[in-house]
Design a protein around this ligand. Structure first.
Ligand code: C2O
Ligand code: CU
Ligand code: CU
Length: 545
């Protein structure tokens, strides 16, 4: 057999798209038809834009002295204008990609890492085999070709590794970046653009004395989620944004593994929100502070005009109570334990030192992003009173309006569960099947009914719940009486309007959403976006059919 035939044959076998000699080689959980051409370019797809994304081990200079080893994604435009990819050189951050609604795109992922990996397009409505489900992970030296049309409205989306059991580590090592979509409706608003439209990726990282990223998988780090010692913005420590005296559009992504932020301007300027996960709101809204959980995005309008050149302003994270009961920000780093049969215990049951997993506890008060006014500028940018229209989803249109699909969130012993189940591939249960082209009423229940009594040690923690596929709308937030006081430390900071793909569910809270399952059959995930929780199993596949 000559080499070409041999290679060709090996490829077919490996990709499993075609049955040879009667042997169907694709994994059993993939139904025939779903997988054909999933990871190679198809001839009948004519992309407007084509980008190659290559994952490599790279050493970058983050600090003085020794370089830091990271997992870096580098993009190369094969078709389209070169400014649609910003590689964020010199940082671990994956490229910022910019697309337009309606474009057909081909993304070729090359994995040169010594590990399995797969990328997921967070917030994008794409076919199931383009979604980066962990079952599509590729080995070192392999490629996965994604082809889809951008159906989403303008917004700040993102992408990241979604590899089974190691998503947290891979994202931490660098496999995450922004995926920005624009459309005509948004362009017509003439919001600040170019240098005045600034993406800001918020993450936390820790380093050892050799300047290497350190990631602890200590038991408490996994239960709470990893908390880094230092805040990084756009992949840089000590980030300061130089601004002119004019209005800016700031696109925030919380790309941290588990850290929840309660963001406020340090001079008490109200926070003006213009957009969330799935793009612009109908109208701007003002808050004293805003909550931003892992996976979520917020777009802010900030006008620096009238400020003195040389002055500084900081977006801080303010303190808040993360536990259901008891001490809030005590020795525990803020998370509450509930003792089973005895009813709700008070924070601190497990006591001191072992719980203090980060010198920068979640729920404490610390600076996040610094802005320095460096230049006077005249601009007539004004905040539009109306942004973009949003079709409100109606309860009466839900297929199960009378019978909401409940998803209970729980943590106990060493597991993090959805409806008492841990993640497993190829394990769809009857209640995890979603009829195609329906709207579903769903409830995320984080201990609302006091469930789990008598089940042993339980942890009540914030869970940022994320659904793949189409964006959803938040209908209702309820909190149990025992959690009221602590809840009040965050409640004013929720932006509940607009299209969402991730929603923070605080301890003791129940959040009701309306979620469409249109257009695409196949497997789409639901999971906690605290990446350590996700890796611990707080994730399930939903089958749309
Ligand atoms: Cu951003 Cu399934 O995740
Ligand atoms: Cu996602
Ligand atoms: Cu969680």
């Amino acid at each position: 057999m000559n080499t070409i035939t041999n290679l060709h044959r090996r490829k077919l076998l490996k990709y499993g798209a075609i049955a040879i000699a009667g042997a169907i080689t694709h994994p059993v959980w993939v139904k025939a038809g779903d997988f054909v051409n999933a990871n190679k370019a198809s001839t009948d797809f004519n992309p407007d834009v084509e980008i190659e994304l290559t994952q490599n081990i790279t050493d970058i200079a983050i600090f003085e002295g020794q370089k830091t080893r990271v997992w870096k994604v580098t993009g190369k435009v094969l078709k389209g204008s070169s400014d649609i990819v910003d590689n964020n050189d010199g940082t671990y951050l994956a490229p910022t990609l910019r697309f337009k609604k309606g474009q057909k795109i081909r993304l070729i992922l090359n994995n040169n890492l010594p590990a399995q990996s797969i990328l997921h397009w967070h917030g994008l409505h794409v076919p199931a085999n383009m979604d980066g489900n962990p079952m599509y992970a590729i080995n070192e030296g392999e490629s996965y070709v994604y082809e889809f049309e951008i159906r989403n409205r303008a917004g700040t989306y993102w992408y990241h590794a979604h590899t089974h059991g190691v998503t947290a580590r891979q994202v931490y090592s660098g496999l995450a970046g922004l995926f920005i979509v624009s459309d005509e409706q948004e362009q017509a608003l003439n919001l600040p653009s170019g240098d005045y439209d600034v993406p800001l990726v918020i993450q936390d990282r820790s380093f050892d004395t050799d300047n290497q990223l350190s990631y602890s998988s200590h038991m408490m780090q996994r239960m709470q989620g990893f908390l880094g010692e230092q805040i990084f913005i756009n992949g840089r420590p000590d980030f300061v944004l130089s601004v002119d005296t004019r209005a800016y559009r700031l696109r925030l992504l919380n790309g941290s593994n588990s850290r929840v932020y309660k963001l406020a301007w340090d001079d008490d300027t109200p926070v003006t929100v213009i957009g969330v996960d799935g793009g612009l709101l109908e109208c701007p809204e003002q808050h004293g502070y805003v909550m931003l959980a892992p996976g979520e995005r917020l777009e802010l309008w900030m006008d620096f005009s009238g400020r003195a050149v040389g002055s500084e302003l900081t977006l801080r994270s303010l303190s808040f109570a993360t536990s259901t009961h008891g001490g809030g920000m005590g020795m525990m780093g803020g998370y509450g334990m509930m003792g089973g049969g005895m009813g709700m215990g008070r924070g601190g049951m497990m006591g001191g030192g072992m719980m203090s997993v980060s010198p920068l506890p979640s729920g404490s008060d610390y600076p996040v992003i610094k802005f320095r006014v460096t230049q006077k500028e005249q601009s007539n940018a004004t905040l539009p009173k109306v942004l973009t229209p949003i079709t409100t989803l109606c309860m009466k249109d839900a297929q199960n309006a009378e019978n909401p699909k409940a998803i209970s969130l729980s943590m106990q012993h060493m597991s993090a569960l959805l409806n008492g189940r841990s993640y497993q591939m190829n394990d769809i249960q009857p209640d995890e099947v979603m009829p195609l082209n329906t709207l579903q009423l769903m409830e995320f229940d984080n201990g609302f009914s006091g469930g789990g009594m008598g089940m042993g040690m339980m942890m009540a923690m914030p869970h940022p719940m994320h659904l793949h596929g189409e964006q959803f709308q938040v209908i209702k937030r309820e909190v149990n009486s025992g959690s009221q006081d602590n809840y009040q430390t965050v409640a004013a900071g929720f932006v509940n309007g607009g299209w969402k793909d991730t929603v923070l569910v605080m301890p003791g809270e129940k959040v009701t959403i309306l979620k469409p399952f249109n257009d695409f059959k196949g497997i789409f995930m639901v999971h906690c976006h605290n990446l350590e929780h996700e890796d611990m199993g707080m994730m399930r596949d939903l089958l749309v059919q």
